[in-house]
Design a protein around this ligand. Structure first.
Ligand code: DGT
Ligand code: CA
Ligand code: CA
Ligand code: ZN
Length: 574
């Protein structure tokens, strides 16, 4: 399989991190970090450029001769000699030290070189034994600060995006399935429940030869460290820091183990209680009456033994799933195939990377029946946002294209900014000509609750606005939500017949699962949108579907499962 842009970008980021750790000059690091960013945003696979003789990597902005050579080497050999050289000096696992607040690359390197500290546990032990204070440039105060920082680092341990975890999982499953001693392998835990972020991976393997399986696992190229190994379970760390727990179980316990290790903990606690009241016992090996096992081979039979349906993993969060099961009303969850349209995307008229024509062609290839082009409005100066005149020009172009297009309708849309002082960034007479208008907050995100809520509520009341995009503005691991009053937003959306977006970008997933479920209680239709800034960006819809399923949304709850003609009547457009 050719290397993906994201994989190449990861390698470059790792190079930059390791160079930084080794005290290399900042300009050199920045070149690698910038290249990684460029690659992630690129719509075309660089591997295919490498394999096309008449193409040149140096035509990509920001990729010079040196980086082009490195990409070529990586794509053709699968390895970067520079990275091999760097990791020989410093194992990538040491980079966890940089997560401790106040511990920069220089000090971390001293800790590693002088005291051979490579993990947070070792760092804590060394501080507690007062071995850190005597190092050159440290002292008692620094040691104390590191100890304080450590408790912070432990609790804010970065959870990776589900989308990223999925890349690791797919590669691991492919690798493990190549082992002849493995009869079955499945990823459980929060990954299987499709949580938006993942703490660690939990893999489950059916085999009669645990030792052979674990040797095979340890030999995986992504493994940098074995954290623990027992008779049937093992934990490793991958380069990049992610921990993977692997358990080997016999076939007759696979269903029980899969159920147990899928969790969530809260869901399992309720399950155990129900077993107990039925005079049964449940654990990762099976369901037991006395000493006798009555279920264990499949999850379905495990749940059935307790009089319960097979819950979709996304619903196993100890929220309302048991209540729904008791009423025989587990929702039939929405699926990716149900989506017919995508109503939020950008082109190179603003900050998108692809042209209007490219976006349309890519949407059609993906089987979408309708799309809305929603470029930014002028307030977003960084993105070269459109004013009324440029918008109308784009819409005229869309009208022209639509006349010739078959199999897909392109809607005239805009992502209009909700201004800091309130009001919209595009005049009403222009908005009136649009098929679809999403309004969003990009500026003044730190305003007090009342002010930001008023802006959003007023936008919902504008007759031309169809929906609010990324309604809370959070970016996972990076930016908190605005302090918006969700109930006020929901109430207004319902009163004015407006929709709310579930932005499917894996870093946003906004509204989140809990808010989507709340919106459903208000009977507000949710629209799942990609917010694509390139043709490849259209592929994120599946992450939105994950989140919608966790919210218990059905096909009927998601507006863009309808044909556009029906959807249009939802938003009161002729
Ligand atoms: P994560 O890794 O933080 O994203 O979240 P999970 O849910 O994958 O949690 P993890 O990896 O600690 O454990 C995987 C599953 O194993 C968890 O969802 C339920 C089960 N499990 C782990 N520890 C316990 C426990 O103490 N009690 C119960 N009932 N189940 C547990
Ligand atoms: Ca886990
Ligand atoms: Ca785990
Ligand atoms: Zn957007």
């Amino acid at each position: 399989m050719p290397m993906k842009n994201g994989e190449i970008a990861d390698q470059f980021d790792l190079v930059a991190d390791l160079l930084e750790f080794q005290g290399e000059n900042p300009f050199r690091l920045r070149a690698y970090r910038n290249a990684a960013m460029t690659l992630r945003d690129l719509t075309e696979a660089v591997a295919s450029i490498v394999q096309t003789p008449e193409r040149k990597l140096t035509d990509i902005p920001g990729i010079g001769k040196d980086l082009a050579d490195k990409i070529t080497t990586l794509v053709t050999t699968g390895q970067l000699p520079l990275l091999v050289e760097l990791t020989a000096k410093v194992p990538p696992s040491v980079l966890v030290l940089l997560r401790v607040p106040g511990l920069g690359p220089k000090k971390a390197a001293v800790l590693y070189n002088e005291l051979h500290i490579g993990t947070l546990e070792e760092l804590r032990a060394a501080c507690e034994a007062h071995r850190v204070r005597d190092l050159k440039g440290f002292g008692e105060k620094t040691e104390q600060k590191i100890l304080e920082g450590l408790s912070h680092a432990a609790t804010t341990d970065v959870r990776i995006y589900w989308a990223k975890a999925d890349e690791y999982v797919q590669a691991l499953l492919t690798y493990l399935r190549g082992c002849p001693e493995i009869a079955q392998v499945e990823a459980a835990g929060s990954y299987r429940r499709r949580r938006e972020t993942i703490g660690d991976l939990d893999l489950l393997v059916v085999s009669t030869e645990p030792g052979v399986v674990m040797d095979h696992f340890a030999a995986y190229e992504g493994v940098v460290d074995t954290i623990a190994r027992g008779d049937t379970k093992m934990s490793v760390r991958l380069s990049g820091g992610l921990q993977v727990d692997l358990r080997v179980v016999p076939a007759e316990s696979f269903g029980a183990a899969l159920q147990y290790f899928t969790g969530s903990k809260g869901h399992n606690v309720i399950l155990r209680g129900r077993a107990k009241s039925a005079g049964l016992k449940i654990n990762e090996y099976g369901v037991y009456r006395g000493e006798q096992s009555i279920a264990g081979r499949t999850e379905e039979e495990v749940y059935a033994a307790l009089g319960l349906p097979l819950f979709p993993p996304e619903l196993r969060e100890a929220r309302r799933e048991f209540e729904w099961a008791a009423a025989g009303q587990l929702p039939g969850l929405v699926a990716l195939e149900d989506l017919r349209g995508d109503l939020h995307m950008h082109t190179d008229a603003t900050d998108g990377k692809s042209t209007l024509e490219e976006m349309i062609a890519a949407a059609r290839e993906r089987g979408l029946e309708f799309i809305a082009i929603t470029d930014h409005s002028k307030r977003v100066t960084m993105a070269n946002g459109l004013d009324g005149t440029r918008l109308r020009q784009q819409w005229a172009q869309i009208d022209k294209l639509n006349a010739k297009l078959q199999g897909i309708s392109v809607l005239k849309g805009v992502e209009v900014d909700i201004l800091e002082k309130g009001g919209l960034d595009i005049p009403d007479d222009v908005l009136a000509e649009a098929d679809w208008v999403v309004a969003s907050v990009h500026y003044g995100q730190n305003q007090p609750r009342e002010q930001i809520t008023r802006r959003i509520v007023d936008a919902l009341k504008n007759p031309h606005v169809s929906a609010i995009a990324h309604p809370t503005g959070r970016i996972l691991n990076r930016r908190k939500s605005y302090d918006v009053d969700l109930d006020a937003m929901f109430q207004t959306a319902r009163d004015y017949g407006k929709l709310l977006e579930l932005n499917a970008n894996p870093a946003r997933l906004d509204l989140d699962d809990v808010a989507c479920a709340a919106a459903k209680n208000y009977q507000i239709p949710i629209v799942i949108s990609s917010d694509a800034h390139s043709t490849l960006g259209l592929d994120v819809l599946r992450y939105g579907i994950n989140q919608a399923r966790r919210a218990g949304l059905t096909k009927a709850d998601v507006a863009n499962t309808r044909p556009w003609d029906e959807m249009r009547s939802l938003i009161g457009k002729k």
